[in-house]
Design a protein around this ligand. Structure first.
Ligand SMILES: Nc1ncnc2c1ncn2[C@@H]1O[C@H](COP(=O)(O)OP(=O)(O)OP(=O)(O)O)[C@@H](O)[C@H]1O
Length: 247
């Protein structure tokens, strides 16, 4: 069997007294889109940050393509689309600048882009349909364009694992459809995608599998099974399929 794309094994994370993850374990195979579902505060962002190596687990381990987060970070194999709240949108960076940061690992210490870097950025912008916004400051984008900028960064980086923290929050239907199509295309090219969302109705058309998180993985399987009302009731404590979104 090939090495799984992501293995999270018994990960526990505290922020001071707050227990954010409590023995979370999961394995994701290559070329799959997995939806991550859980109520506010269930540890979704913490799980992403642990996988990318921004948060260190108290116990447990993370392997990406069989490597530690610190090691894999240097390869650029993991792309991360953070929650909007985690980004300083006032920073004087254009869309092109943000996408170019995905190439830094390949540039060495000078960080001087070569023609191949410019080409990779142009191609990534085209793929997410943002070429005409390339020189716009990132704060002057719509919600969907902001998300697509970070997806483009992952593409320019050549990421084979992409982690997206609520890419559909504050995004209109058209951008949602564009992002969904992109993620499906990237997965069919072999990328592994872990994506958190509150939009449960959209999950079956987006994801091959789903995870229910409540500080630990309550369930991991086909979306139709994971989203059954009795399972959602365990994770959310209410009948969420009667609502368009869970909050
Ligand atoms: N930097 C931090 N310092 C202290 N507590 C934190 C920090 N970040 C997260 N937490 C707490 O850890 C728990 C898990 O938070 P996390 O952001 O991972 O959840 P989430 O599932 O992503 O939530 P949401 O759906 O609201 O984004 C919450 O109780 C949260 O308040």
């Amino acid at each position: 069997m090939s090495t799984p794309a992501i293995v999270v094994d018994g990960v526990t994370v505290h922020y001071g007294d707050v227990l954010a993850l409590d023995g979370a374990s999961l394995t994701l195979e290559r070329g799959r889109v997995c939806g991550l579902v859980g109520m506010n505060g269930s540890g979704k962002s913490t799980l992403f940050k642990t996988i990318v190596g921004m948060v260190r687990p108290d116990t447990g381990s993370v392997l990406i393509d069989g490597m530690s987060p610190a090691r894999v970070r240097k390869t650029g194999a993991v792309g991360y689309v953070p929650q909007s709240e985690d980004v300083d949108w006032g920073f004087p960076l254009s869309v092109r600048d943000v996408v170019m940061t995905g190439r830094y690992g390949k540039m060495g210490l000078t960080r001087r882009p070569k023609p191949a870097d410019h080409l990779a950025v142009d191609e990534a912008l085209e793929r997410v349909e943002l070429s005409e916004y390339a020189d716009r400051q990132i704060g002057q984008l719509s919600g969907g364009q902001k998300k697509r900028t970070f997806v483009a960064r992952g593409i320019a980086q050549g990421a084979t694992t992409l982690l997206l923290d609520e890419p559909f929050a504050g995004v209109d239907k058209r951008s949602e459809a564009t992002i969904t199509r992109l993620l499906r295309e990237l997965a069919s090219d072999g990328a592994t995608i872990l994506v958190s969302t509150h939009d449960l109705h959209a999950l079956p058309s987006l994801a091959d599998e789903a995870i229910l998180l409540m500080r630990r993985v309550l369930m991991h399987g086909p979306p139709g099974e994971v989203l059954r009302p009795e399972n959602l009731a365990r994770a959310f404590g209410l009948d969420v399929m009667d609502r368009s979104e869970t909050q």
